[in-house]
Design a protein around this ligand. Structure first.
Ligand code: NAD
Length: 260
């Protein structure tokens, strides 16, 4: 793809101030897409990233938003449509994780993870694709899933269930929307040396090294690896992925759970 491949596209990215979301936004912007980000963080946190988009010559828009608020998500999509045009690249990325096994997790912690990771993903993809259907425009939806949906991880059960639900949401949407040329797919990373996992590594530094040794290809994934896959699924020349899951985990799922 070159720096004009996505010219005329508008990318909608939830959790776009985080490590994986911002890297995906950069990759899309480098190919000419205008960028709309929503995140829980205040607008000040968008200043540095906005400068990067300005330098790349693409338009950008930021809104502070909680993806669990369905009405706010609906109105965000409308606001972006007015500001930049109909979003046609929908990157469903916002996510949280809390470590609790079944004996310590509370219903509140359980629900919160499902609410952000699954319900929030539904609100965003639902409202954004409704706009595409109404305008009879083609588009792409990319869910950021996780290898947690593909193997059992006893210390993060709510996260695993939320990402397994996301897998099914992706497949159900993909089948219904493919005839409208709205292609819905998922990137499911293994443990990334950034974002949610980096927070764990900060608290327990020896875990990063241990986990790397257990990855079959002995390589930790970086944010840019995930962003490249997002870009790939948004490439106009890639036309046959429908409900696919691009699992990039170095073979981890073949081995089993994240804990050693
Ligand atoms: N880092 C990893 O190892 C890893 C592995 C597999 C999948 N993922 C997935 O990647 C995605 C991005 O995570 P990350 O690792 O970049 O973490 P991150 O914490 O850097 O980014 C997540 C972003 O989402 C935002 N967010 C959280 N709750 C929100 C809400 N309710 N509404 C709006 N925004 C909200 C946060 O403010 C943050 O900016 C998540 O879906 C995560 O599950 C991460």
């Amino acid at each position: 793809m070159n720096n004009d491949s996505l010219k005329g596209s508008v990318a909608l990215i939830s959790g776009g101030l985080g490590d994986l979301g911002s890297e995906s936004a950069r990759e899309l912007a480098k190919c000419g897409a205008d960028i709309a980000i929503a995140d829980m963080q205040s607008a000040d946190a968008f200043t540095a990233l906005k400068k990067e988009f300005d330098e790349l010559g693409v338009k950008s828009h930021y809104q502070q938003l909680n993806v669990t608020d369905a009405a706010a998500v609906e109105s965000w999509v409308q606001t972006v449509e007015t500001a930049l045009g109909t979003p046609n690249l929908i990157i469903v990325n916002a996510g949280i994780v809390e470590q609790h096994d079944f004996s310590t997790i509370t219903p509140e912690i359980w629900l919160n993870q499902l609410d952000v990771n699954l319900n929030g993903a539904f609100y965003m993809s639902h409202y954004a694709t409704r706009h595409l259907l109404a305008k009879q425009k083609k588009g792409r939806v990319v869910f950021i899933g996780s290898w947690a949906a593909h193997a059992v991880h006893p210390h993060i059960p709510a996260y695993c269930v939320s990402k397994a639900g996301l897998r099914s949401l992706c497949q159900n949407m993909a089948l219904e929307l493919a005839p409208h040329d709205i292609l819905v797919n998922e990137v499911a990373p293994g443990t990334v040396n950034a974002g949610l996992s980096a927070q764990v590594f900060k608290k327990e530094p020896d875990i990063a090294e241990k986990q790397t040794q257990n990855i079959p290809n002995r390589r930790m994934i970086e944010s840019i690896d995930v962003a490249k896959e997002v870009l790939h699924l948004c490439d106009p020349d890639i036309k046959h992925h429908v409900g696919s899951c691009v699992l990039i985990d170095g073979g981890n799922t073949l081995r089993g759970s994240a804990r050693t």
